[in-house]
Design a protein around this ligand. Structure first.
Ligand code: ADP
Length: 360
């Protein structure tokens, strides 16, 4: 277990870097093996309490195949939805104080992005993902502040597919294409034409999300197929009015389930699949570039390179807070995809540790 000493050294470096980058956090979540998957062969060697992760290359057993990572948090497969939410609750609540917050799920298809953000199909309350829990919590807190601050909450839900923005809550089911307001202003609606519905309870939210999910599946043989190729964004707009002073604050929360990050081998696809793959690669790398620029405090942040980053512009950077869930499939078969996911995450977090050094 000689990588522990090195991880401890790295912890100090990481904490220093973390001070610098401020409002960007990366949490890694390893999903469990699913029932019926056979004898599990995992790449996950070690999950530390302080956000350390060590993975092993299945084709290079032994010390040489180890690689270590350090994030703000790493969840082992045993972590529950409630465990995860309890760590992000303060972030979610800050929306009611006028902050803009973006929460992403990144990873290959099947790594648990939708599970983390929404939950499994027909989820019981215990299985609810971040979306339902966040709204539920916002309602609870706003209720408790009643009398002091009066809140209004509205929800939009859009999808980005092949660099086109589609309204997932349109009542006529037409999936009209939407324009984006080119603005960086704090409270402007990035997608002004997307349907916005006021919500006052979690059951309102469940109803809306069901509509959104149904619309998302239109024209696809399976929802899963579409959701792996498009980004979905649930945006929660909050307006709070101070009952004594009359002053008004705005905050918004973007909950983003990204398209699958798997790289398609270009020699194997043509036509529609190739076009989709190119759009996904472009938007995910633009997102990485933007977050990396913010984490490195670059003067120029390249928001304009994709629809995704344009829509999220006012909620990335500045006072806004960003959290990325990096999802991992633990299976040895997914090793190379998992490594590219982890490299992306490292780049985004601005912390690259390199090959696992072993102490002498
Ligand atoms: P993605 O959105 O990345 O394609 P999903 O969220 O659909 O992946 O997850 C793939 C499968 O794994 C689903 O059947 C999901 O219910 C299951 N799953 C993912 N994460 C977990 C978890 N933490 N606990 C239990 N099952 C999970």
């Amino acid at each position: 277990e000689n990588y522990h000493a090195v991880l401890t050294e790295n912890r100090k470096l990481f904490n220093e870097l973390q001070e610098l980058k401020g409002n960007i956090r990366v949490f890694c979540r390893v999903r469990p093996f699913l029932p019926g998957q056979g004898a599990p062969n995992t790449v996950v060697e070690y999950v530390g309490e302080d956000g350390e992760l060590v993975v092993t290359n299945p084709t290079r057993p032994g010390k040489d195949g180890l690689r270590q990572f350090k994030f703000n948090k790493v969840y082992s497969p045993a972590a529950t939805q409630a465990d995860v939410f309890s760590d992000i609750r303060p972030l979610v609540r800050s929306v009611l104080d006028g902050y803009n917050v973006c929460i992403f799920a990144y990873g290959q298809t099947g790594s648990g992005k939708t599970y983390t953000m929404t939950g499994p199909d027909n989820a019981s309350e215990e299985d609810w993902g971040v979306n339902y829990r966040a709204l539920n919590d916002l309602f609870k807190i706003s209720q408790s502040r009643k009398g002091n601050i009066s809140y209004e909450v509205g929800v939009q839900m859009v999808e980005i597919y092949n660099e086109q923005v589609l309204d997932l809550l349109s009542s006529d089911n037409t999936q009209k294409k939407l324009g984006i307001l080119s603005t960086t202003q704090q409270n402007g609606l990035a997608v002004p034409d997307a349907s916005m519905y006021p919500v006052t309870s979690t059951s309102d939210v469940i109803t809306l999300m069901d509509i959104g999910l149904q619309n998302r599946a239109v024209g696809c043989t399976a929802l899963n197929e579409r959701s792996s190729r498009s980004h979905s964004i649930v945006t929660v707009h909050v307006r709070g009015k101070d009952m004594k002073t009359g002053s008004v604050l705005y905050g918004n929360l973007h909950l983003v389930d990204l398209a699958g990050s798997e790289r398609v081998d270009r020699s194997e696809v043509t036509g529609d699949r190739l076009r989709e793959a190119q759009h996904i690669n472009k938007s995910l790398s633009s997102l990485g570039d933007v977050i990396f620029s913010l984490a490195s405090k670059n003067a120029h942040v390249p928001y304009r390179n994709s629809k995704l980053t344009q829509i999220l512009q006012s909620s990335l950077g500045g006072r806004a807070k960003t959290l990325m869930f990096v999802q991992l499939n633990p299976d040895a078969i997914s090793y190379s995809e998992s490594m590219s996911t982890l490299k992306f995450a490292e780049r985004v977090s601005g912390v690259e540790l390199g090959a696992a050094k072993t102490s002498k």
